[in-house]
Design a protein around this ligand. Structure first.
Ligand code: NAD
Length: 333
């Protein structure tokens, strides 16, 4: 009976790194409010093991499907009267976008427009009772050189990789549907995430894995590139905040107030791992191997998340070293 009063929400990409934390948070925190549908194509990046602990929850349903398939999405939206969408499904790895840009166009751009169209058809203009939330990246803003500069929500878009270009295009489509059709949309652009469930091709899990197995630690260029790191569960909390409190049509930057040069981050991981693995201090650092820089590698990303902090009251909960330790422990166990 209770389920009849529950609102259905669709989370796309819920078997991936960030999506799995968002699905878990919504299933657990809103067990008497939402029935969560997790739509995921289970590409190489999706893994249902990420959700083992909640797969039996009565307010959770997994749907295997591809956002590139418009007909499938239209049927899904007609079958379920979704109250809201939180859209995370994407091709997300910059290096892969350099070798296969079209895969990024099809999932990130065409897939997002398919989703917008399915919502538009099913919601039939009754947009005030629905919300479409698009999760995006700070990479759409390009790169920073001046240490005093930060990405603001008003920073001009300047995507520089096929990945960020595809995310920028999808952001523009979401805003255009808000403006043209008056669909209730909200967006967020977040900095680099780290934490459990991260696919091991990305920097932090790759380094942890290689340190564990005494393999070389490939660092692009001189390791001077700067990224702003956020613990993935803090991102999931921010998504919860923006979904519920974000103002229609607005964009919120999400960041950790936590900038690190890649090389300093790798050295810190080496120190943590030496301790956890009972290795002599300095052992893992010897594995560092500088490799040819990534083509078009952006120098620095840094988010100013003041709007989210001041207007919606969100702040990251974890200090970086604490979050990294938790992450290392998760990979070790
Ligand atoms: P991920 O690659 O770990 O997960 C993506 C998920 O989407 C996977 O489960 C995959 O199976 C699914 N998917 C891919 N193509 C699909 C398709 N065609 N149809 C349905 N499902 C499909 O990505 P992530 O790191 O969790 O990122 C999630 C979102 O957050 C992305 O939109 C990304 O741009 C954004 N983001 C990521 C970061 C980060 O640091 N990882 C930072 C800011 C924003």
């Amino acid at each position: 009976m209770r389920e009849n009063h529950m609102k259905k929400i669709l989370i796309t990409g819920g078997a991936g790194f960030i999506g799995s934390h968002v699905v878990r948070l919504f299933v657990n925190q809103y067990s008497d409010k939402y029935h969560v549908f997790n739509l995921d194509a289970l590409t190489y990046a999706g893994n249902l093991e990420n959700l083992k602990d909640i797969e039996q929850a009565s307010n959770y349903t997994f749907v295997k499907g591809d956002i590139r398939d418009a007909a499938f999405l239209n049927d899904l939206f007609l079958e379920h009267d979704f109250y809201g969408v939180i859209h995370l499904a994407a091709e997300s790895h910059v290096d892969r976008s350099i070798t296969d840009p079209m895969a990024f166009v099809l999932t990130n751009v065409v897939g997002t427009v398919n989703l917008l169209n399915a919502a538009k058809t099913a919601w039939k203009g009754g947009y005030n009772n629905h919300r479409f939330y698009h999760v995006s990246t700070d990479e759409v803003y390009g790169e920073l050189h001046n240490p005093d500069e930060f990405f603001l929500e008003t920073t001009k878009y300047d995507p520089r990789s096929p990945y960020s270009a595809s995310k920028a295009a999808s952001d523009h489509f979401v805003r255009a549907y808000g403006n043209t059709y008056k669909m209730q949309v909200v967006l967020s652009n977040c900095s680099n995430n780290y934490g459990p469930n991260h696919f091991p091709e990305k920097l932090i899990p790759l380094m942890i894995n290689n340190i564990m197995h005494n393999k070389p630690l490939p660092v692009y260029g001189k390791g001077e590139n700067v990224r702003d790191w956020l613990y993935v569960i803090d991102h999931a909390r921010a998504i919860d905040t923006v979904f519920h409190q974000g103002i229609n049509g607005e964009t919120y930057n999400i960041g950790g107030f936590n900038e690190w040069k890649n090389i300093d981050l790798v050295k810190m991981l080496c120190r943590i791992m030496d301790e956890k693995l009972d290795r002599e201090v300095g052992t893992s650092e010897q594995l560092i191997a500088y490799v040819t820089d990534r083509a078009g590698h952006d120098l620095r990303y840094a988010i100013d998340a003041t709007k989210l902090k001041d207007e919606l009251g969100w702040l990251p909960s974890l200090q970086f070293e604490e979050g990294l330790e938790k992450t290392v422990d998760w990979y070790l166990h």
